[in-house]
Design a protein around this ligand. Structure first.
Ligand code: URA
Length: 248
């Protein structure tokens, strides 16, 4: 059962079980079960993943949550559909048992870790600036960046839509110049704009971490895998949601 969601009596009324008033009576009479547990009082809220039964009759089945980690290649859109007919991340996933959505966005020319799920509450929270999930990118630029300019990136740099928050910057290799940057914001094309602002346009950009998720080297571009139970739990905990196995 969810703490956020829609009131049970409203869901029952919308499902055509009874009027809202009669639905409240059914709840008070102990005839409504959510996820196998008798509802004892009014005020319970439910979401699309909760199983609801009234007098034994299934009103709403429990929808399973699915989580996929895709290694997005360059040249693919992070949208459900593209009016220009370009390949989308959903096409890479192919036929799935449920409809999932990308969490956040990677540019057409950015590769790397992309999470897709039908766990709407998780997706909503992960995208919310309040939770500030860390995202790490590998950035290739043509010339070595002097340390003083890297410091500007790390401290925060003025972009047209405001100053960026402090970032972690780590040089990996001097030639060709490769570094990692960790940010917790999600401004549009943020990393590319940050590097352009210090005069070092990005040649190639790849996301390698998203919160507790890591892109492993053996997941080829265009390939995807299911998240592990531990990863799902860690992600949900990160944004204040209980793991699916935890009893409320
Ligand atoms: N920052 C960018 O500039 N592009 C992305 O795709 C992700 C972060």
């Amino acid at each position: 059962m969810e703490t956020e969601g829609t009131r049970l009596q409203k869901v029952l009324a919308q499902a055509g079980v009874a009027s809202r008033r009669r639905a409240e009576e059914l709840i008070r009479e102990g005839k409504v079960y959510v996820n196998g547990i008798k509802v004892e009082a009014l005020g319970v809220k439910v979401g699309p993943t909760d199983e609801i039964r009234v007098e034994g009759r299934m009103i709403q089945g429990r929808q399973a949550w699915h989580y996929y980690l895709l290694n997005k290649p360059c040249g693919v859109m992070t949208t459900a559909q593209d009016p220009q007919g370009r390949t989308t991340v959903l096409q890479l996933l192919g036929a799935l048992p449920v409809r999932v959505y990308p969490v956040g966005r990677l540019d057409y020319d950015t590769s790397g870790l992309l999470l897709l799920t039908n766990d709407g509450e998780l997706a909503h929270r992960l995208a919310h600036p309040r939770y500030g999930v860390d995202k790490t990118y590998r950035v290739w630029v043509e010339h070595a960046i002097p340390p003083a300019r890297l410091k500007i990136l790390a401290h925060g740099i003025e972009l047209e839509d405001g100053k960026t928050a402090p970032a972690k910057v780590r040089v990996i290799r001097p030639t060709p110049f490769l570094l990692e940057i960790t940010i917790h914001e999600g401004k549009n094309r943020q990393v590319r704009r940050m590097f352009a602002a210090i005069g070092h346009p990005v040649l190639r950009l790849e996301r390698i971490r998203y919160g507790p998720l890591v892109l492993e080297g053996d997941l080829k571009a265009g390939a995807f895998r299911l998240l592990t139970k531990a990863e799902i739990k860690a992600l949900r905990q990160l944004v204040g949601l209980a793991g699916h196995d935890d009893k409320a």
